[in-house]
Design a protein around this ligand. Structure first.
Ligand code: CA
Length: 311
């Protein structure tokens, strides 16, 4: 809601305030009393956007870089607003850790670029909803870290979670890391402390290549499947299985959830150099048909080659 506060009457015209102005001020006082005034304009209305996804049942998060990105000077991203209707955002208070909005990235479309050094957007979630199953889509590409960056550790592409340090309470994509020998053919879908699912597909994390990843977890971390551009990855269970209990983030965006990395301070070195165009999260496992619909739509939007074999 954007609230326009009427200007004060010009000097010398005291007493000439018209009735509509008085009514407007009364409305302001009423809104202040009921606590519904926002200091910032709200992001663009989101409910209308839902209809543009072919599947919306269980939709909990939807970021698109061509909408809802709030920037400051130099296109630094302060906030990325959720289009799902659930009211989440991804934010960064520290200006040095803000990613940048790139107007022409994957297929000439906008994306949010993370520098691979410290950039991350933390996910705000005040709902407290705990998800025990989920489906996550991400359209992105990974970039090589530039030579000036001292850290060369794992890439945490994105992570969900209210607490970054409690196993089975966070969930994310990790690649190019020491755990996988630096391989660009491995992605770990992680749930904490080595209790993960390791996904294998040749070249899945090739630098500079735009790709759509989708992963589903059905109740427990070892019941995770992952698809890259529609092709199912070979999966291998690591560690001990356990039931997942995942929040998107926490109330002020400082929890385990993050785009481009995780807000957890100990994991700062795991920020990924990447460009993210779109992220979609559901609180359930989508059927193969539903997943195919979304993959098809995202594939068209970003001109990705999506495999349809086996369907
Ligand atoms: Ca930075």
């Amino acid at each position: 809601m954007i609230l326009t506060v009427p200007r004060s009457p010009a000097r010398g015209h005291r007493g000439s305030r018209d009735s509509s102005s008085v009514a407007a001020w009364f409305a302001v006082l009423l809104l202040l009393a009921t606590g519904t005034v926002r200091s910032q304009p709200a992001p663009s209305p989101s409910r209308s956007g839902e209809a543009e996804l072919p599947v919306t049942d269980g939709l909990r998060l939807w970021f698109r870089a061509d909408r809802g990105v709030e920037t400051e000077q130099g296109l630094a991203v302060k906030a990325w607003h959720d289009l799902s209707g659930a009211g989440h955002s991804a934010i960064q208070q520290d200006s040095t850790r803000r990613p940048r909005l790139i107007q022409s990235s994957i297929q000439g479309k906008p994306a949010v670029r993370f520098d691979g050094e410290d950039d991350v957007l933390g996910i705000v979630d005040v709902s407290g909803e705990v998800m025990t199953s989920l489906t996550v889509f991400i359209v992105h590409r990974l970039n090589r870290r530039s030579g000036s960056q001292s850290y060369t550790g794992d890439y945490f592409v994105m992570r969900l979670g209210g607490d970054g340090d409690r196993r089975y309470q966070y969930w994310g994509f990790e690649t190019l890391g020491s755990a996988g020998g630096g391989s660009n053919s491995l992605v770990d879908v992680l749930a904490g402390w080595g209790n993960d699912m390791r996904m294998r597909k040749p070249g899945i994390s090739t630098f500079g290549k735009a790709t759509l990843w989708c992963a589903t977890t059905d109740g427990a971390i070892h019941r995770t499947r992952m698809y890259a551009d529609g092709v199912e990855c070979q999966a291998k269970a690591l560690g001990v299985d356990g039931p997942i209990r995942i929040k998107l983030g926490n109330a002020d965006g400082t929890g385990g959830g993050g785009l481009g990395g995780t807000m957890t301070e100990a994991d700062r070195g795991h920020c990924s150099a990447s460009e993210i165009a779109e992220v979609i999260v559901f609180n359930r496992v989508l059927s193969a048909e539903e997943r195919a619909k979304l993959e098809r739509q995202l594939g068209q939007r970003y001109s990705l080659q999506i495999s349809t074999s086996g369907r």
